[in-house]
Design a protein around this ligand. Sequence first.
Ligand code: DC
Length: 217
Amino acid sequence: MPTVVTIDGPAGTGKSTVARLVADQLGFQFLNTGAMYRAVAWQCLQHNIELTNRNLVAEVASQLQFSIQDHQLLVNGKDLLKDSRMEKIGQAASIIASLPDVRAHLVAHQRSLASQQDIVTEGRDQGTVVFPHATCKIFLTARPEIRAQRRYEDLKHQADISYEQILAEQSERDRRDTTRSVAPLKPAEDAITVDSSDLEIDEVIARIVSIVQQSLR
Ligand code: DC
């Protein structure tokens, strides 16, 4: 059976970058499940589908084809991540992520991808709901002001956005992701929490790789 390592946590912890580099070091494939929710949201916005229209949004989720190539999630054979990283899509993704039928379709895709290869998968519910028997579960977190500051540094050259606006949107997204009734964001009981607030990215990766290696012994 392929090995599954889960990395869950709130927006802005650097989860995707960390998970990708951890996957590299372990020689595993990387699955960015946030990109799946973003792809559904992006597709809905492109086709003017109301995000609250459960049936239509679930139909979109059921029709997308997902594959992974060189750590890149391909949606219908294309890399959508560049287009879908905008804050507007992140907010829309967080809204459609509370729809149970959408989650059911995406969870099925995630399990199918993980059945084919050793994987580091990141998201909100990977250790709690999607892979309860994962070999190793990490909960990656950081203080809210630090997460917002990092995101601001990333975005300030591309968009006219303030630190205060990012912090406000982030707390709205945290609230929605942690309080929804299906698969809310929370650490799995057997997850190890890593707080990246006062660590460099190399230190975060080294710490997680060492935790995974111990659990593989
Ligand atoms: O990780 P991200 O910011 O790209 O995720 C976008 C949104 O998708 C996030 O606000 C919540 C949702 N999401 C989720 O509900 N479950 C996941 N496994 C991954 C993302």
